[in-house]
Design a protein around this ligand. Structure first.
Ligand SMILES: [Zn+2]
Length: 211
């Protein structure tokens, strides 16, 4: 059996198991999804949103990219955010990074990863640059990477606040709450590093006045 055939076989077993436990499982899910959470996480295969939070299909709407970035020109991310906030009406948006992130590590090097990766990693380099005074003081490389992971999560949450999508939802419906979390590959635990409640203010330059 090839590795991909094993995936298909495992899928059959899983689907069978779900129906055994709850005969209405797929009927219910195929009719409606009403997740309370949007998860913006890293593509890293070791950080599966549902497994580490003990959630079931239908509970979390998920977007993943390298190093869980919120880039204001990324139509993919913005479409997911728009749909989750304005149509699914999620109550929480979580940006979840993880210690030991390969994307963050790569951005801290001087290596040429060639386009398109250089372009993407540039966004993380900009976060380093913002916090270089603090980061340059850290001698231990692993510790430095992990601190940048935390700072990066905070920056990406603030990028969410800078979108008109979030600001409009805050003004009209007082949701969603925004969260910055970091997952530990070593212990499987999530550390909350930032929470931003609806109505919070940021630099007026980024606040829309005519929402
Ligand atoms: Zn990562």
């Amino acid at each position: 059996m090839t590795p991909y055939e094993k995936l298909l076989l495992e899928n059959k077993a899983w689907a069978h198991e779900q129906v055994q436990e709850d005969p209405e499982f797929f009927k219910r899910l195929s009719a409606l999804q009403t997740p309370d959470f949007l998860w913006i996480g890293c593509s890293d295969s070791r950080v599966p949103a549902d497994k580490i939070t003990g959630t079931q299909p239908g509970e979390i709407f998920v977007h993943r990219n390298i190093a869980n970035m919120v880039v204001h020109t990324d139509v993919n991310l913005l479409s997911v955010l728009d749909y989750a906030v304005n149509h699914l009406k999620v109550k929480h948006v979580i940006v979840c990074g993880h210690y030991g992130c390969g994307g963050v590590k790569a951005a801290m090097t001087n290596m040429d990863f060639k386009p398109v990766l250089n372009m993407w990693l540039r966004n993380i380099k900009d976060v380093y640059h913002l916090h270089k005074d603090e980061l340059n003081k850290i001698q231990d490389e692993e510790h430095k990477t992990d601190r940048l992971v935390e700072l990066n999560v905070r920056e990406q949450v603030m990028h969410l606040v800078q979108t008109s999508i979030i600001q409009r939802a805050w003004k009209n419906e007082q949701r969603p709450h925004l969260h910055g979390w970091v997952y530990g590959l070593n212990d499987g635990l999530i550390k909350p590093v930032l929470e931003v409640i609806p109505g919070s203010h940021i630099d007026p330059l980024y606040e829309y006045g005519d929402l």
